[in-house]
Ligand binder design. Structure first.
Ligand SMILES: *Cc1c(COP(=O)(O)O)cnc(C)c1O
Length: 427
């Protein structure tokens, strides 16, 4: 006899609980307590836990410079400004990404030009990047989405042939590699979010890495001044501005640095645990009707991942509505939903009609392109059928088997689900 769906009153397939992220670490609590007692709560120079974190990122990415920031968004803003953008300049960017990859381009006085992604990797499509290059293009930003590295060989070839800077948003991809090179170190500058849910987590925080002295010094001057700027800015042309910088305060909180250092020290372990768990999950999704496992190319390693995003295949389940499919899986104890971010070109900031009504000064409206639904169809169709699963790290391997069971069970209970769909349709 078939096991009864949990939606129809049967026992759920999953009973292993998810762990919270980031994991509790008593050493963080002890160190923060010590810092509170000695009032070590803010740094003006290159010092303390922030300096330690920067050194770790420099070593890990084999680059000369790392700069910690108050957020990943601040790291990206610093990177764009550091690329020397001027009003009217264009930055080619993915539409299929979190907003923070793209929106700071406006704050850097330039204009993002959104392009579509590859259907399998979900990364920005290099062929479309090449087509989007104009005489105003100054930079390309890529996101290694969900931890899958973008085709950096193709991106770097385009960038070199047109003299463009490349910013890598590595917020999902701590520890991932493309053809053996760790992401963040391939383009001109790599940015990482260290926000609460990220693999290296400071609660809030970010960091950028670069081997380019000019980029480092400009980034430093955007969000730092005096002691820190005097320590880090050597070239005379820029050093004269060290006293004020650009006046933003993008300094990282020392407590965030304590947390980020502790989670960074576990990165290899996290990568290994996720590799083991997600590798098995992908096998189980591959054989379950109704769902395609996320693509992992042979030229990459996934690092820490950032969520698992399989695609729903209604044609394999007789057109069962996606919402009922999700409801059935949730009843089985699967933590599943649909990814939050719609493609950026569908949001009001990229809809030309609203240019004059934009609440910020930003780049001139005539430089901004207006997008319509259907303009970047690959990203739109991915968004329509994408599912979102958690990452597994310290959960026992058994949870992965149970998730696989839940997917198999729901596909197997299609008759019951079709009956429910029909009943609901007829009210
Ligand atoms: C989290 C995230 C950011 C921004 O990070 P914050 O630290 O929250 O500012 C940027 N890009 C991507 C892809 C992200 O997921």
């Amino acid at each position: 006899m078939k096991p009864r769906l949990a939606l129809c009153g049967g026992p759920p397939a999953v009973d292993v609980a998810l762990q919270s992220w980031p994991p509790y670490d008593a050493r963080i609590a002890a160190e923060v307590d010590r810092m509170l007692q000695s009032a070590e709560v803010s740094y003006y120079g290159e010092e303390g836990h922030v300096a330690v974190l920067e050194e770790k990122f420099e070593r890990y990415h084999s680059v000369r410079y790392a700069l910690a920031t108050s957020s990943g968004t601040a790291a990206l803003h610093s990177a764009f400004v550091a690329c020397g953008l001027r009003p009217g300049d264009e930055v080619i960017a993915p539409t299929h990404t979190f907003l923070a990859t793209v929106m700071p381009v406006f704050a850097a006085d330039a204009t993002p030009v959104l392009v579509d992604c590859e259907s399998d990797t979900e990364g920005i499509d290099p062929g479309l990047v090449e087509k989007a290059v104009t005489e105003r293009t100054k930079a390309i930003v890529v996101t290694h989405l969900w931890g899958h590295p973008v085709d950096m060989d193709a991106i770097m070839a385009i960038a070199r042939s047109h003299g463009l800077k490349v910013v890598e948003d590595c917020s999902h991809a701590h520890g991932a590699t493309h053809r053996g090179r760790v992401v963040g170190s391939i383009g001109d500058v790599g940015c990482f979010s260290l926000q609460g849910k990220k693999a290296v987590s400071g609660g809030q925080g970010g960091i950028l890495v670069t081997d380019d002295e000019d980029i480092y010094e400009r980034a430093l001057l955007l969000g730092h001044f005096r002691v820190r700027a005097e320590q880090g800015v050597r070239s005379p042309g820029m050093r004269q501005f060290a006293d004020t910088g650009w006046g933003l305060n993008y300094r990282m909180h020392p407590f965030s640095a304590v947390m980020a250092n502790a989670t960074f020290d576990r990165l290899d372990e996290v990568v290994e645990r996720r590799r083991e768990r997600h590798g098995r999950l992908l096998e189980l999704l591959r054989v379950a009707p109704g769902v395609d496992e996320p693509h992992v190319g042979p030229e990459v390693t996934m690092g820490a991942w950032y969520g698992i995003k399989p695609r729903y295949r209604p044609e394999e389940l007789d057109g069962l509505p996606i919402d009922l499919y999700i409801e059935a899986l949730r009843a089985e104890g699967v933590k599943i939903g649909r990814p939050g971010s719609a493609p950026l070109h569908l949001s009001p900031m990229f809809n030309g009609a609203s240019a004059e009504r934009m609440p910020f000064a930003g780049s001139p409206p005539e430089g901004r392109r207006a997008y319509l639904p259907g303009d970047l169809p690959v990203s739109e169709s991915i968004h329509d059928c994408a599912l979102s699963l958690p990452t597994f790290t310290y959960e026992p391997l058994e949870i992965v088997e149970q998730y696989g069971e839940a997917f198999a069970k729901v596909a197997d209970g299609l008759d019951d689900l079709q009956r429910i769909a029909k009943e609901r349709a007829h009210g």
